[in-house]
Design a protein around this ligand. Structure first.
Ligand SMILES: Cc1cc2nc3c(=O)[nH]c(=O)nc-3n(C[C@H](O)[C@H](O)[C@H](O)COP(=O)(O)OP(=O)(O)OC[C@H]3O[C@@H](n4cnc5c(N)ncnc54)[C@H](O)[C@@H]3O)c2cc1C
Length: 295
């Protein structure tokens, strides 16, 4: 199939983007990397009358670190995220997630803003942002709006963004000294969307976990926080017994629909597998860190 006819216009600045949106109205869509939108057009899943290209807006690109907060432009590509020293040092979860997103050609064009706005429940970056308690910043005709990541995702391909709003920046508090972050997923082939995955952020030391956020992806209609499983970890040391308890508890917190990758039972089993692997990975990371500190 071919895409329906549409008007193409390129915004040179944020103000220009908002002006073009007001001009073309409800049926106009933002075009970032085009990696999801153009496929949707080709399959006629979406039939906008105008595409507003935001990929050349300099203000939407780049990564900065200031006063303990990492700020990422929505137009930053997956590749740029993956090679950023700021991201590697302060938000290692994102650096770990990037190589698991699709293939290099898609990562070179696809953007973090596009991934969050598209809100595919199997995508890595939405779950990372929820696990990291990120703040998503949108700009529209009425000004700027800050949206907590856990309130942003409303369902399959549905977000809290208003039709006339543009996602501009993502703010994430840098990892604390005692924080471990990791992401584990299962895919049929390298580069495929995940069958099941989890983003995990834990703080504490060998004696006691003081904070835990566990967020599943590809296991619901949006990123799903396993809050009860996370609460079980807090106040205790992380060991095999705790891993088993958390994995069992997490199964009660999800209700995955079956998909091409398997039925609900299999997906629930995979959730426990990815969570156990993530927590064991964190135990290994924490041990290595403690040994480095002691040496
Ligand atoms: C074969 C294939 C495999 C893939 N595998 C994965 C995978 O494993 N994991 C994964 O996470 N993703 C995967 N993707 C998706 C990829 O990461 C896309 O890059 C991403 O989902 C969309 O980013 P984009 O910049 O290309 O957005 P676009 O395709 O340009 O836009 C997507 C949607 O977001 C809206 N949008 C874009 N930017 C903004 C903004 N700043 N503000 C408001 N709305 C905006 C658009 O209007 C559109 O509705 C895959 C894609 C393909 C084609």
């Amino acid at each position: 199939m071919k895409a329906p006819d549409f008007i193409y216009c390129r915004a040179e600045s944020l103000a220009d983007a908002l002006r073009l949106k007001a001009e073309h109205g409800d049926q106009a869509r933002w075009l970032a990397g085009g990696q999801s939108l153009l496929a949707a057009l080709a399959f006629r899943l979406s039939e906008p009358t105008a595409l507003i290209d935001i990929s050349r807006i300099d203000a939407l690109r780049g990564i900065t670190f200031d006063a303990g907060v990492v700020r990422i432009g929505a137009g930053t590509t997956h590749t740029a995220l993956g090679v950023s020293d700021i991201i590697r040092r302060h938000v290692p979860l994102l650096a770990e997630a990037v190589p698991l997103i699709a293939h290099a050609a898609i990562r070179n064009r696809g953007t973090i803003g596009g991934s969050l706005a598209f809100a595919d429940p199997a995508a890595e970056l939405p779950a990372c942002c929820v696990a990291l308690e990120a703040t998503l910043i949108a700009v529209g005709p009425k000004g700027e709006r800050r949206i907590a990541a856990n309130a942003f995702f409303e369902g399959v391909y549905a977000t809290a963004l208003r039709d006339d709003e543009l996602l501009t920046w993502i703010e994430i508090v840098a990892a604390q000294a005692d924080e471990q972050q990791t992401l584990v997923e299962l895919t049929r082939r390298s580069g495929d969307y995940a069958m099941a995955g989890v983003a995990a952020v834990l703080r504490g030391d060998a004696a006691e976990i003081t904070h835990a956020r566990l967020v599943f992806f590809a296991l619901g209609d949006r990123p799903v926080a396993a809050a009860k499983a996370a609460a079980l970890l807090v106040g205790k040391p992380l060991d095999e017994a705790q891993v088993a308890l958390a994995a069992t508890a997490s199964a009660q917190e999800i209700d995955p629909a079956g998909d091409l990758n398997g039925g609900p039972e299999m997906k629930t089993h995979l959730a426990q597998v990815v969570l156990s692997r993530a927590l064991r990975q964190i135990m290994t990371q924490a041990k290595a860190k403690a040994e480095r500190t002691a040496a």
